[in-house]
Write a protein that binds this ligand. Structure first.
Ligand code: MN
Length: 328
């Protein structure tokens, strides 16, 4: 493996941290040099913090909380019948699926941590791996967006969220959880974005809504999806570009994903988002998907948020790999 430039010199490549329970019981591989898989899942616990927030925040606990529910959202690691696939998930998945553990911020400057996370994802994307990312808050999407540069293609971003996340900066911080889609808009290899589920007062200020529209973001409010379904969304997403999908748990209704920091009523239902993911992933290549902003402390009711998150990830994988045409 070529050591990423961010690490330079002779410093050894830093391993990730072992998860308490591997996702779906997949083999755990913590050495980036050995990451050579069809599908990989990586926990990214930290992002660039805002001074006013608790540190570490509650969302840092989410990757292991979701993994711990694996047997509840996908019993037997996918060996049982899936009615939507009309077969077992395990029969559809490619042979090599690994859990890469967690990229945890150690006693290191955020710039170093962010570069390390980007380098991890570059390793995976250089090898054509479909990457699942477990956040962390929505700031974890930013080093992932940076890593998309190693792909040999432009990508379209599909964003599910109650909030627009187009802040230029918050208290001088430009890579926090309020800014990932603004960050995406600056990348030449991001061909465009579709933002779904917006609602509530506090989702954006007028200047950010104007900036997103000026950029050309296709915006679908939660109300529009409730009224017209997902077909207009599917028509807006370019079918000829690979996708990176970023799912903020608060994009779904708090009835199905209550364990979030900023619950917003009127959100998207599980069946709407599952159908959207299924349609997109059966139509075109998905290079990665992150699921962010789960706050396990507020998921006390039978872990339903973590279970829903796992169902969305498994739905994506099933649809992507059941496609009749090859991914490449
Ligand atoms: Mn968000």
């Amino acid at each position: 493996m070529t050591r990423p430039a961010a690490h330079g010199g002779s410093a050894s490549w830093q391993h990730t941290t072992r998860p308490a329970h591997p996702f779906l019981g997949w083999p755990v591989v913590l050495e980036p040099a050995k990451w050579n898989a069809d599908v990989a899942i990586l926990g990214i616990t930290h992002s660039e913090p805002y001074a006013h927030d608790e540190q570490p925040n509650e969302q840092t606990r989410a990757p292991d909380a979701v993994r711990a529910c694996s047997e509840r959202f996908c019993y037997g690691g996918g060996t049982q019948f899936d009615w939507d696939l009309d077969t077992e998930l395990a029969a559809v998945l490619p042979p090599c699926c690994i859990d890469c553990g967690n990229a945890v911020r150690e006693d290191e400057p955020y710039d170093d941590y962010s570069a390390r996370v980007t380098a991890y994802l570059e390793v995976l994307w250089r090898r054509g791996t479909l990457v699942l990312v477990l956040g962390g808050d929505h700031g974890v999407t930013i080093p992932a967006l940076d890593a998309l540069a190693v792909l040999d293609t432009r990508v379209h971003i599909v964003h599910i969220d109650a909030h627009l996340d187009w802040r230029e900066e918050v208290e001088g911080v430009r890579r926090g959880y309020s800014s990932p889609l603004r960050w995406a808009s600056t990348k030449p290899y991001v061909a465009g974005m579709t933002q779904i589920g917006l609602r509530g007062v506090g989702s954006a200020r007028a200047a950010e809504a104007a900036a997103a529209r000026a950029y050309g973001s296709r915006i679908f409010t939660a109300s529009q999806v409730h009224a017209a379904g997902i077909e207009p969304v599917l028509a807006a997403v370019p079918a000829n570009l690979p996708l990176y999908i970023t799912v903020d748990a608060d994009g779904l209704d708090p009835a199905v994903m209550p364990g979030v920091m900023a619950p917003a009523p009127g959100g998207l239902r599980f069946d709407q988002i599952a159908a959207l993911l299924r349609a997109l992933a059966s139509r075109q290549r998905v290079v990665g998907m992150d699921l962010v902003e789960i706050a396990p402390r507020f998921d006390a009711h039978n872990a339903v948020t973590c279970i829903t998150a796992g169902c969305l990830l498994v739905t994506l994988l099933g649809a992507q790999f059941q496609r009749p045409q090859p991914r490449a």
